[in-house]
Design a protein around this ligand. Structure first.
Ligand code: AP5
Length: 216
């Protein structure tokens, strides 16, 4: 199964992608996570991407396509993949189509998680991420058992630089201008299904599963 999760920053794409990865045993490909790791390791990609990310701007398409091209060739993507935060521009979507066509494989689902801006700001400003394993928490909606520490590995929790309110506003604008047009693009291909991001983690997950199974 090849699935794209669309939706504004903070809609819950990463959270749901991790749950889907577990259920279907296919990898989550998060361009955001790959880029943050590159920044942490100060690789060439990381150095080139860092300032865009800190300002809430998109990293140039050419850099993203290079990393995606490399990632989807890996053996764990043979059975399928969950694309989280990619594609983010029409250009990226067209390039993805070309890549998949070359491999003679098709996309199965594009799921858009819909959430209004005030809820996005609430979710992102309370998000905490594990420095070690990347697990996500929320100070109110999904608090860790021990303050400031990851439930899974005990790693330190931190607040992402781009989760400051000013940058969140900028990321929302970038989403509206550059990523939201993808809904039309995938609607034309009859792949788009929209799901409300309201509800508990499990409620949203169940809506996603139902939608996938209904349109399988
Ligand atoms: P990226 O990491 O992809 O960030 P994003 O799309 O802005 O999405 P987020 O990770 O912020 O949110 P999410 O929807 O995954 O929500 P989450 O599950 O964490 O990208 C970061 C940057 O990298 C970009 O700005 C750009 O610079 C660059 N980049 C990445 N990909 C790129 C690309 N393809 N092209 C160009 N540039 C790219 O949930 C948020 C919080 O809410 C968490 O605390 C969670 O616990 C909580 N939560 C989740 N679900 C619920 C629920 N149902 N109820 C209550 N709380 C919930």
């Amino acid at each position: 199964m090849r699935l794209i999760l669309l939706g504004p920053p903070g809609a819950g794409k990463g959270t749901q992608a991790k749950m889907l990865q577990e259920k279907y045993s296919i990898p989550q490909i998060s361009t955001g996570d790959i880029l943050r790791q590159a920044v942490k390791n100060q690789t060439k990609l990381g150095k080139e991407s860092e300032s865009y990310m800190n300002q809430g701007k998109l990293v140039p398409d050419s850099l993203i396509m290079e990393l995606i091209n490399e990632r989807i060739q890996k053996p764990d993507c043979q059975k399928g993949m969950i694309m989280d935060g990619f594609p983010r521009t029409i250009e990226q979507a067209k390039e993805l189509d070309k890549l998949l066509n070359k491999k003679e494989i098709k996309l199965n689902h594009v799921l858009e998680i819909v959430l209004p801006e005030d809820e996005v700001v609430l979710r992102l400003s309370g998000r905490r991420t594990c420095k070690n394993c990347g697990n996500m928490f929320h100070i109110k909606f999904k608090p860790p058992k021990k303050d400031g520490l990851c439930d899974s590995c005990g790693g330190e929790l931190y607040q992402r630089k781009d989760d400051q309110e000013e940058t969140i506003i900028n990321r929302l604008k970038v989403y509206t201008d550059q990523t939201a047009p993808l809904t039309k693009y995938f609607k034309k291909q009859n792949l788009l299904r929209s799901i409300s991001g309201f509800g508990s983690l499990d409620e949203v997950f169940n809506k996603i599963i139902k939608t996938i199974e209904k349109s399988a």
